[in-house]
Every structure is written in structure tokens, then in C-alpha cells.
Design a protein around this ligand. Structure first.
Ligand code: SF4
Length: 330
């Protein structure tokens, strides 16, 4: 399966002021030298805490924030070097499903107009063509035709997210970025929406970049997973490798908090607590960014930054103490 999205050495930084009115400006490197690819028809999950840079990386892929360095290639298009009409066309190929279906839908627009809006602004389709597409999308996401004329407040949270999904599908994008698409929903509704996303992926061959803070949510959703910490990818592997053999201590800690459906495994898994707080993102330490919280940190960890290295079969990890034997540390 060929990659439809390739991201190389992506960097996004924000200028921030430190120390009150007369403070100096400094850079916060929100995304730092991030590289990954997503195969057509597959799902790459990017997982991390808030502040890890996962959402900023996704926004940069869609040019909704500007990267200062790197390359983004979507289906043969060099996204970061486009402007004008070329960029408008490229934008039809990337669509978002947002976290909060309450705030991401215009309360004064009817459901059919919300779904039709990207067709109107990004394509040259006629009104009758747009209405036909909206009909099909309503059916695809499990909404009834008579709900087309309703406003967002007349839908439940799960139904509102179905409207958001239909809107994202409208322009037949090459890539759909799902930014925490179920974290604002009740647990029972979460499963329905995740199943819908999977069914739509099978039916239409969709490619997802799935952003989440929760490895539990992505465990049935992803083909591959990249774990981010403080702007960097610290581990990246196919789903089974990552779940069965998490190598980076941060990934191991995140995974230990995911309840297993397998009772034997649940009994065997001990919770790994991560002490302390992440370092100041504007004043990062010299070595590994996880060193002040890592239970197995050594001197070398505080001296040099570990590179993200492929330890075999595409299992990449950024940790000084992991070698090609892929022996977990925790
Ligand atoms: Fe821990 Fe060192 Fe590995 Fe960083 S490089 S995760 S501090 S062992």
C-alpha cells in the first residue's frame, strides 16, 4: 500500500513572550523534526498528552498553521509550497472532523447546509448536484432524510458528530483528519461513532490521520500509531507491535493505563505512573525531553537527545537504552 501522505522533518514554532510586558520573545517548538507517512486506505493515530504537538502537526498538514520547515506531500502535491488556487484545490483533499460537535457546527445553519457548505466553497458543483451528494451522505452516516432541515441543537451529540463526518466526506477528500472525534461524547456513543468511521473507511477507502490523547480509543481504530511527547515522535510502529511490545518508557506508561478486555492481561499489567511534569517547552533540557520523568533515565539521557531510530520492521523509537533486540525497559 503506497503512502498518500508523507511528512518529513516538519517543524512548527510559535513566538511567545516571557516575563511580563517587557519580557523577551522566545520560540516554542510545538512540532520538532516530525516525520511520518500514512498509507492510502489506512489509519495512522497520533497519540499524546495535551501540549505534545499532535494537533499542531495535523493543522500544519492542512496548512491551517504554518510550518517553518519540512515537507508535506499529499498525493503528489507539495502542500507547504502552494498558494492561491493550487492551495484551494489541495484543501479540498484534506478535511477535518473536530473534537466538539457542539461548537464546530454553525447553530444557525440547517444540517443540510452544513454538509453542503464545503461543496459550495471548495468545488464547482451546481446546487442540484450538491443536494444529491448531501442526500447520499446523510444516508451513509446514518441520518434520516427528514432530519436535513433541522438545526444542530435539535440533534443529540452523536448525531451532531455524524453531521460533522458527513461534512468532512463531502468533497471526497484524500485525507480526513479526525481530531479527538469522540472525546466529547458519552462512552456508549463513542463506540457507535468509531464503528461508523471504520465502516465508512471500508466502504469508501478513506485515509485517516486520527489524533487522540487516549491509546484505548485508538486500539481498534489504527493501523499504525505514532506517540508524541513535547513536540517529538518518541515511538512509531504498527498497532500490534506498539500494543504488544511498547519500547519507549512513555508509551509503556500510557499503555499501562489502558484497561484491557483480556482479564489475564489485565491482572498482569501493572500501572506505571509517570512522576513530575513535562519540562518548560520554551526552555527545553539538553538531552531526552522525558528524562526528568523517566524511571530508568541514565546520565547519557541528560546529555544528548535520542534520535528516532528504526529498530526493525519499521518500529521506530527515540530512546538511548533501546537497541535492535527491542527489549522493553519497563
Ligand atoms: Fe528514558 Fe533515557 Fe530513554 Fe529518555 S532516552 S526515555 S530518559 S531511558
Amino acid at each position: 500500500n503506497a503512502p498518500i501522505l508523507t511528512v518529513e522533518n516538519l517543524g512548527v514554532r510559535f513566538s511567545v513572550k516571557r516575563g511580563g510586558t517587557f519580557g523577551k520573545r522566545a520560540f516554542l517548538y510545538a512540532v520538532d523534526d516530525v516525520s511520518f507517512s500514512v498509507n492510502k486506505g489506512e489509519t495512522l493515530a497520533i497519540v499524546g498528552e495535551s501540549g505534545s504537538g499532535k494537533t499542531t502537526a495535523a493543522l500544519a498538514v492542512a496548512r491551517l498553521v504554518e510550518a517553518y520547515t519540512g515537507h508535506v506531500n499529499l498525493d503528489g502535491h507539495d502542500i507547504l509550497n502552494m498558494d492561491g488556487e493550487d492551495l484551494r484545490q489541495a484543501r479540498t483533499k484534506v478535511q477535518f472532523i473536530f473534537q466538539d460537535p457542539y461548537s464546530s457546527l454553525n447553530p444557525r445553519q440547517r444540517a443540510e447546509d452544513i454538509v453542503r457548505e464545503p461543496l459550495d466553497s471548495l468545488t464547482d458543483t451546481t446546487l442540484s448536484e450538491q443536494r444529491e451528494i448531501v442526500d447520499k451522505l446523510f444516508s451513509a452516516v446514518g441520518l434520516r432524510p427528514e432530519q436535513r432541515r433541522l438545526f444542530p441543537h435539535q440533534f443529540s451529540g452523536g448525531q451532531r458528530q455524524r453531521i460533522g463526518i458527513a461534512r468532512a466526506l463531502a468533497t471526497q477528500p484524500e485525507l480526513i483528519i479526525c481530531d479527538e472525534p469522540v472525546s466529547a461524547l458519552d462512552v456508549a456513543v463513542q463506540a457507535q461513532i468509531l464503528n461508523l468511521l471504520r465502516d465508512l473507511q471500508t466502504e469508501f477507502g478513506l485515509t485517516y490521520l486520527f489524533i487522540s490523547h487516549d491509546l484505548g480509543v485508538v486500539q481498534h481504530m489504527s493501523d499504525a500509531i505514532a506517540v508524541m511527547y513535547m513536540g517529538k515522535i518518541v515511538e512509531h510502529a504498527d498497532r500490534l507491535s506498539l500494543f504488544n511490545n511498547p519500547l519507549h518508557p512513555y508509551t509503556a506508561a500510557l499503555l499501562s493505563a489502558v484497561p484491557s478486555v483480556d482479564s489475564k492481561r489485565r491482572a498482569e499489567t501493572k500501572r506505571i505512573l509517570i512522576p513530575g511534569d513535562p519540562p518548560d517547552p520554551v526552555n527545553l533540557p539538553k538531552g531526552c525531553r522525558f528524562a526528568n520523568r523517566c524511571p530508568v533515565a541514565q546520565d547519557i539521557c541528560r546529555q544528548s537527545e535520542p534520535e528516532l531510530i528504526d529498530r526493525g520492521e519499521g518500529h521506530r523509537v527515540a530512546c538511548h537504552l533501546i537497541d535492535n533486540t527491542k527489549t522493553p525497559l519497563l
